[in-house]
Design a protein around this ligand. Structure first.
Ligand SMILES: [Zn+2]
Length: 320
């Protein structure tokens, strides 16, 4: 995979729009070994010849259907070419907005939006496995909602108080990784904080935080060693001596990242947070990172699920 990324990530647009047969895409696809059938998830699959594009075909012994490693993934039937996907993803990870990316790649804006949804889908499970340990720094940051995204009260007026117009994003980090999560509008709650972080911090870790009351339940539930600081005292400290320095730096990077995508809507925030965490966490080597992303993309077979859903729906219509 790294060889493919190296030879295909080029800045020149003409080079980027080569046809499948002109690249080593078939070799890359054949290097992916599917572990199960994309249609019925059975693991009794066998190799069965090559298709016209020199791509390995597989046969499922359970449902008798043929497939290739890209079946059901975002690369199925070349809706998205793998080389363009790599360059698109690298741009998003480098904080290039989708408006700028569609201009760079001469893709229209709608295509860029579509690809962004695919990137969100591929990275949706990414943060699920993150468990921070050791010294964990935790703090919330707030992002102002666009006026159209503010949920109005039943009487149609805007909620009072500045904090309700803000999205609360909880960020925790140890020395290696970060985990970030949208906690909802307004101030964090004890229950909200617990739900957001309980599966992502190892019990017994040390929690370095401010004296925010909302963290109490999390501390007791996970048996954390609490090391808390008064935020007024922290403001007087030199940045380098601030015990919350790591999380403060992540907040600053997150702000830059979200500002690079100013047109996003609230519902997309969790998707952007997954992309941000993926960009910030190891591996930091570009080739290794893209390899992880490609592997996630090959494992993600959402298109099949969507088709099944769609076929099930049209079948109901047929029955009428
Ligand atoms: Zn099958």
């Amino acid at each position: 995979m790294q060889e493919f990324i190296r030879s295909n990530y080029v800045d020149d647009w003409d080079d980027r729009h080569l046809r499948v047969g002109q690249t080593n895409e078939a070799d890359l696809i054949n290097s992916v070994l599917p572990s199960s059938c994309p249609y019925c998830q059975s693991e009794t699959i066998i190799r069965k010849g090559m298709n016209g594009n020199h791509i390995q075909r597989y046969l499922c012994k359970q449902c008798n259907r043929f497939f290739v490693p890209t079946t059901g993934t975002i690369f199925d039937e070349h809706k998205i070419s793998i080389r363009e996907w790599i360059s698109y993803s690298l741009n998003i990870l480098r904080y290039v907005s989708i408006t700028a990316d569609s201009w760079n790649n001469k893709n229209d804006f709608k295509t860029s939006r579509y690809w962004l949804q695919k990137l969100f889908a591929v990275l949706e499970p990414y943060q699920a496995g993150i468990i921070l340990s050791g010294k964990v720094t935790l703090d919330e940051t707030f992002y102002t909602l666009r006026s159209g995204d503010i949920e109005l009260k039943p009487d149609g007026t805007k909620p009072r108080g500045l904090s309700m117009n803000k999205m609360c994003i909880g960020v925790a980090c140890d020395t290696q990784n970060i985990y970030c999560v949208y906690e909802g509008q307004g101030k964090p709650s004890q229950r909200g904080t617990m739900v957001a972080f309980k599966d992502h911090i190892a019990s017994g870790s040390t929690l370095i935080h401010d004296e925010e009351k909302a963290h109490k339940k999390l501390v007791t539930t996970l048996n954390l060693v609490s090391e808390s600081y008064n935020s007024k005292d922290l403001k007087l400290l030199d940045d380098k001596k601030n015990p919350l320095r790591r999380v403060n730096e992540v907040h600053a990077r997150l702000k830059d990242f979200l500002n690079a995508h100013p047109s996003f809507i609230r519902d997309e925030l969790p998707g952007y947070l997954n992309v941000f965490a993926f960009a910030m966490n190891p591996p930091h080597n570009k080739l290794e990172k893209m390899e992880v992303l490609l592997n996630l993309a090959f494992q993600n077979r959402q298109i099949i699920r969507y088709r099944d859903f769609y076929q099930a729906k049209s079948k109901v219509v047929d029955d009428f």
